[in-house]
Design a protein around this ligand. Structure first.
Ligand code: NAP
Length: 370
C-alpha cells in the first residue's frame, strides 16, 4: 500500500518550491498525499496526483496527523515545536521531515544533505531514526560548493561573509521588499529622465524609503538600496544564531570528529532569491589552485567551477544566473597574499533548492522507496 504523506507549510517559500520539484519529478505518483494549513482550513489544496482529501485540513488536528506515515513541515519553528512535541508525546511512529531549524541539533535527528551524508542517512534509517531535518541554507550550499575540499579533509577553518537574499526570510519579507521598490519608484520615476542631478534623485530615493512605517513589518527597515548585517537572534557571544549554525550544523552533517570552525558575518541583501557566500579558507596544507579546482568540480554533479575572469564571473556567478536551478557555481578561486594555505572562493546557490526544498524532496523519496 502507498504511504500517506501530509504536507504542512506547502504554500510558503520553501513549501511552494518543494511542491514544484515534486510535481516536475512525478514524485506524487509514489505516495498518497494530504495538504494542511494553519490559516485556510477547508480551502482548496493544490491539484496533485494521489491526493486523498479534496480540501485543506487543519494543521493542528492531531488526530488526523497521527494517521500519516510521513509529515513534511515547511511551516516554521513555532509549528514544529508545538506539533512535533505533541505527536512524540502520544507515541506517533511516523517520519517527520522538517525545513525549520528547531530539531536540527536534536540527538534523535539527522540533518539531511544526501550528496554529502547519504551513508549516515541510510545508517540512521536502519537504526530507527524518524526525524530528518533540512540544514541551514548557507551551510547546505557551502557543503555542496566545498564538498571536494571537505571530503579530502583539507579545510582547517573558514571565515565567511554571506549575501543572503530576502526570500531566505520568508514570503512576507519578499513581498515587503517588492512593495518598497514600488513605493520608491512612484516617488522617483518622474525624475529619472529629468535634468535633476543624480545626488538630488538619490536624496529623494532615500527620503522616500524613510517615509515608510516599518514598525509592523517583518524586515523592520528598508532593504532596498541597503543591507542588514544581522540575521536571526543574538547568541550572547557576539554571534547571531545564523552565524552560530555554521560550525555546529556543518560538523553534525559531516559527522566530523575534528570540529572544523566556521564563522563570519551573515548579511541580508536585497537580491530576491539565492544566497552568495565569500569564503576565506585556511587549508591544512598547501595545494595548487589547479588541484583545488579539480577536487571541487569532481565532487558532485551540481557544482560548477567558474573561471576567475570578468566575463565568466558576470555570466555565471551571480544570483540571477542561478535562480531556479540546482547549479552551485564556485569561482573567484585564488590563493590570498597572506600565505600559501589561504584560499579565497565565492559561491552562489539557490537557497530554496539545495538550501531548503531539494534535500527534503530527496529524503522523502529515500523514505518512500525503502
Ligand atoms: N526561505 C528560505 O530560504 C528557507 C531556507 C531554509 C529553511 N527555511 C525554513 O523553512 C521554514 C519555512 O520558511 P519559508 O521561508 O517557506 O516561510 P514562509 O514563506 O513565511 O511560509 C510559512 C507559512 O506562512 C504562511 N503564509 C502567510 N502568508 C503567506 C504568503 N503571503 N504566502 C505564502 N505563505 C504565507 C503559510 O502557512 P499557511 O498556509 O498555513 O497559512 C506558509 O506555509 C522556516 O522555518 C524557515 O526558517 C527557509
Amino acid at each position: 500500500m502507498k504511504k500517506l504523506v501530509g504536507f504542512v507549510g506547502w504554500r510558503g517559500m520553501v513549501g511552494s518550491v518543494l511542491l514544484d520539484r515534486l510535481q516536475k519529478n512525478n514524485d506524487f505518483l509514489n505516495f498518497n498525499s494530504v495538504f494542511f494549513t494553519t490559516s485556510q482550513i477547508y480551502g482548496m489544496p493544490p491539484n496533485v496526483l494521489n491526493r486523498v482529501s479534496s480540501r485543506l485540513e487543519d494543521a493542528y488536528n492531531i488526530e488526523y496527523l497521527t494517521t500519516l506515515d510521513i509529515i513534511i513541515s515547511c511551516q516554521g519553528e513555532k509549528y514544529t515545536k508545538k506539533i512535533y512535541t505533541k505527536l512524540q508525546d502520544i507515541g506517533w511512529k511516523g517520519y517527520w521531515i522538517d525545513a525549520s531549524s528547531y530539531l536540527r541539533m536534536d540527538k534523535k535527528s539527522i540533518i539531511v544533505l544526501d550528496p554529502i551524508n547519504f551513508n549516515d542517512i541510510q545508517l540512521g534509517i536502519e537504526k530507527g531514526i524518524k526525524t530528518f531535518v533540512g540544514g541551514n541554507c548557507t551551510v547546505s550550499l557551502m557543503l555542496m560548493a566545498l564538498g571536494g575540499l571537505f571530503a579530502q579533509d583539507l579545510i582547517k577553518w573558514i571565515s565567511v561573509s554571506t549575501y543572503q537574499s530576502v526570500s531566505g526570510s520568508g514570503s512576507q519579507s519578499m513581498l515587503e521588499l517588492l512593495k518598497q521598490i514600488g513605493y520608491v519608484y512612484k516617488d522617483i520615476s518622474v525624475y529619472l529622465s529629468s535634468k535633476k542631478s543624480i545626488l538630488e534623485i538619490e536624496k529623494i530615493f532615500t527620503s522616500s524609503l524613510n517615509k515608510i512605517n516599518y514598525s509592523n513589518t517583518k524586515l523592520k527597515g528598508p532593504l532596498l538600496g541597503n543591507l542588514f548585517p544581522w540575521i536571526d537572534t543574538s547568541m550572547n557571544n557576539g554571534q547571531t544564531r545564523e552565524e552560530w549554525k555554521g560550525t555546529v550544523e556543518t560538523n553534525k552533517i559531516l559527522n566530523s570528529k575534528k570540529n572544523i570552525l566556521i564563522d563570519g558575518v551573515c548579511v541580508r541583501v536585497p537580491s530576491l532569491r539565492c544566497h552568495s557566500q565569500s569564503f576565506t579558507i585556511k587549508l591544512r596544507h598547501d595545494i595548487s589552485v589547479e588541484s583545488i579546482k579539480s577536487l571541487l568540480s569532481s565532487h558532485n554533479s551540481w557544482v560548477q567551477v567558474v573561471d576567475n575572469n570578468f566575463d565568466s564571473t558576470m555570466n555565471e556567478l551571480n544570483p540571477l544566473q542561478v535562480t531556479g536551478t540546482l547549479n552551485i557555481p564556485i569561482g573567484r578561486i585564488k590563493k590570498l597574499n597572506i600565505g600559501k594555505k589561504y584560499l579565497s572562493v565565492f559561491s552562489v546557490g539557490d537557497q530554496l533548492l539545495w538550501g531548503a526544498a531539494e534535500p527534503l524532496r530527496r529524503i522523502l523519496n529515500i523514505l518512500i522507496n525503502q
